[in-house]
Structure formats: structure tokens, C-alpha cells
Design a protein around this ligand. Structure first.
Ligand SMILES: N[C@@H](CCC(=O)N[C@@H](CS)C(=O)NCC(=O)O)C(=O)O
Length: 220
């Protein structure tokens, strides 16, 4: 039995998208951000009260990168096209992009905190907003280059790393226009048309209530 603990458009969207790509049966438990993630029952599953958290046959696992590897290694048949196992010529690249997804996501998370979670202007720091947007853009440049002439990050096609990186790009586009990165924009549009991606989007409004969060006026 598989159970995924999830908040809409959070990093657990990666695991949800991957489970949808795998075509597995699973139970989805959806939480709003807030106290429901801090109950003793949930903290016993994830010690920081964060998502994602995956339960499988009595085992509890957190961290999206680990969940991605675990699902690919456990559901070998379903993941045949999504995994690059040790020994595969694309193994090193697969691992690199899987974990680079977090390098991108930390800037998206920081910008989410500044623009969305800290709702009073007095709580926000224009300096951090500007710095984090620049750092996000530098990380997106790193993705744009290898995507020239490629549909997905790996030459042989779509893999589980695209669900991890794709989520980070999905969040990045709330804070920087992807038009500056033409290969990345085409990649995101390709990913966003996949049925498994669409099935991992919220049915109800998420924490992102605007399509774009620009820098405060005086900082642009
Ligand atoms: N590196 C972790 C990050 C997990 C994480 O920080 N999740 C955030 C959502 S994106 C969360 O659960 N935040 C809720 C909270 O801190 O209350 C992963 O990739 O799984």
C-alpha cells in the first residue's frame, strides 16, 4: 500500500507527478500548509512536519530525491523508462539533475516565503527578493544550456528527473519570466502538457493566487 502526504504545489507535487507517471495505485492525503502538518501523528511520520512523505509497506520516507530513487528502484517494471540504474550510461547525469532540482527549488521556496507567505510588506525584504530572483535566474541558465536541441534533460528522453526539475521550473515561473530562457520555456511547455503533470495540479486554488510575482517597484 502506497500513501503520499501532500500539499498543493509544494515539493510533494514531484512525488505525486511521478506516481501518476508510474500509473500506480496510491492513497493521497492532502493537507493545507499550517498546524495539520504539526500534529504529533504527522510529526511521527516526518520529524519536521513537511511534505512530501511517502508510506510504503510499513516504511516511511521523506525527501523528494530519495522518494524518486526509491520509487524507481522498487517499481522496476513501471519505472523502466523513468530510471537510469547504476551502470546506465546516463546514470551520472540522472543523479546530477535529480539533485540539482533542489538547488533550483530553494530559491523558489525563498521567493514564495517573501512574496506569498509574508503577506505584510513590512515583513518582506526587497534585498532578499532581488538576490533570490537573481540566484534563481543563474540556476535556470544552467538548465537552459543542456536543453538546446533536447526535448528533456536526458538525451534518451523523459525520465523521473524531469518530474523533479519540472516542479522547480513550475514554481520558478511565478517569480521570473521563462521567456528569457527559450529552451527551458519550450521544455516547461512540453512537461506541462503531460497528463500526469496535469493530474498533479490542485483542483482548488493553491497558495499562488497570482500568475506572476514581480520585484517591488523600487528594486526593478
Ligand atoms: N528538501 C525537501 C524539502 C521539503 C520541504 O521543505 N517541503 C515544504 C513544502 S515545499 C514543506 O513541507 N513546508 C511546510 C512547512 O514547513 O510547514 C524535499 O525535497 O522533500
Amino acid at each position: 500500500m502506497l500513501v503520499l502526504h501532500h500539499c498543493h504545489e509544494s515539493r510533494s507535487m514531484r512525488s505525486l507527478w511521478l506516481l501518476n507517471e508510474l500509473g500506480l495505485d496510491f492513497d493521497l492525503r492532502i493537507y493545507p500548509f499550517g498546524p495539520e502538518l504539526r500534529t504529533p501523528e504527522y510529526l511521527a511520520k516526518h520529524p519536521l512536519g513537511r511534505v512530501p512523505c511517502l508510506e510504503h509497506d510499513g516504511r516511511i520516507l521523506f525527501e523528494t530525491g530519495a522518494i524518486t530513487e526509491y520509487l524507481c528502484e522498487t517499481f522496476v517494471q513501471e519505472a523502466a523508462h523513468l530510471f537510469r540504474a547504476p551502470g546506465d550510461p546516463e546514470r551520472a547525469e540522472w543523479l546530477q539533475w535529480l539533485h540539482f532540482a533542489e538547488t533550483v527549488a530553494v530559491h523558489g521556496a525563498s521567493l514564495t516565503q517573501q512574496h506569498v507567505v509574508l503577506f505584510e510588506d513590512s515583513m518582506r525584504s526587497p534585498v532578499i527578493m532581488k538576490l533570490e530572483r537573481r540566484r534563481l535566474e543563474k540556476a535556470l541558465e544552467v538548465l537552459d544550456n543542456p536543453l538546446a536541441g533536447r526535448e528533456y534533460l536526458l538525451k534518451t528522453g523523459f525520465s523521473a528527473v524531469d518530474t523533479n526539475v519540472g516542479y522547480s521550473v513550475h514554481i520558478a515561473r511565478f517569480f521570473t519570466p521563462l521567456e528569457a530562457f527559450p529552451n527551458l520555456l519550450a521544455y516547461y511547455e512540453r512537461l506541462a502538457s503531460r497528463p500526469a503533470f496535469l493530474a498533479s495540479l490542485p483542483q482548488s486554488p493553491s497558495i499562488y493566487q497570482k500568475p506572476f510575482y514581480d520585484l517591488p517597484e523600487q528594486q526593478t
